[in-house]
Design a protein around this ligand. Structure first.
Ligand SMILES: [Zn+2]
Length: 239
């Protein structure tokens, strides 16, 4: 390839890489944020049974406290029974203890139901924990990949920038200005390959005579449609 054109092709490669890497610098943190968010949601959903379990455990504790208080009340009433003066008072205290015993029985029934619930929930919690662990491993693996990408992005950017600076130093000023101008008006692509008479930038056909000339001449030829500087590239060989 002609020396001038080769410089432009290499410059284009640098510029395209720099745009690609800058894009990654922006999208990778977004990708990471989405991944974190998805995991947090999954974790929150998977821990629903755990929250039910904790809530049942708290109710169980409350019931145990109720029983303790009822028992203390019954003991006190029994002590007071020894000091009663009349039958009416005596009957009232017996009634008080009967009511307390009925309440205690209700609470005990509630405790049995809660214990049953806790047993069922603990099975589910174990299953959820296993699912979450599996999911967590996958999530952490994906996160490490993004982190590694992010680490390499900065180093890549610097190395392409250095390469570009070297090429720019070798490129004649008028040629560089021409390339920059065409690139600016063509979405960052100023130099484009042509194969089988088709411009890879605008995908239009190149007239046969121009296509022939492109393969022979040392002049810089622009695409008649998109005005990008063209170079012939045999895609069969380069593939
Ligand atoms: Zn074109």
């Amino acid at each position: 390839m002609k020396e001038q054109l080769l410089l432009l092709v290499e410059l284009q490669e640098c510029d395209s890489q720099l745009v690609k890497i800058a894009g990654k610098k922006k999208t990778l943190p977004e990708k990471m944020e989405k991944l974190d968010e998805a995991f947090r949601t999954f974790q929150n959903e998977t821990e629903r049974n755990k929250r039910k379990y904790d809530e049942a455990k708290a109710r169980h504790g409350e019931c145990e406290n109720k029983i303790k208080k009822i028992n203390e009340g019954i003991v006190k009433t029994k002590e007071r029974l020894l000091e009663v003066k009349n039958n009416k008072e005596y009957q009232a205290m017996l009634k008080e203890n009967e009511t307390a015993e009925v309440t205690r029985s209700d609470v005990e029934t509630e405790i049995l139901a809660i214990l049953d619930e806790l047993e069922k929930l603990s099975v589910l919690v174990k299953q959820d924990q296993a699912t979450l662990n599996e999911h967590k491993q996958k999530y952490e693996g994906e996160r490490r990949l993004i982190e590694a990408d992010l680490d390499s992005v900065d180093a890549d950017f610097i190395s392409w920038e250095q390469k570009r600076a070297e090429l720019q130093g070798k490129t004649p000023a008028d040629l560089l200005a021409k390339y920059e101008k065409i690139k600016k008006s063509n979405n960052g692509i100023g130099v484009i390959s042509v194969w089988k008479a088709v411009c890879n930038g605008c995908h239009m056909n190149i007239p046969p005579q121009l296509y022939n000339e492109l393969q022979k001449t040392s002049e810089l030829i622009s695409c008649p449609n998109c005005h990008r500087i063209m170079y012939f590239q045999n895609m069969d060989k380069s593939a």
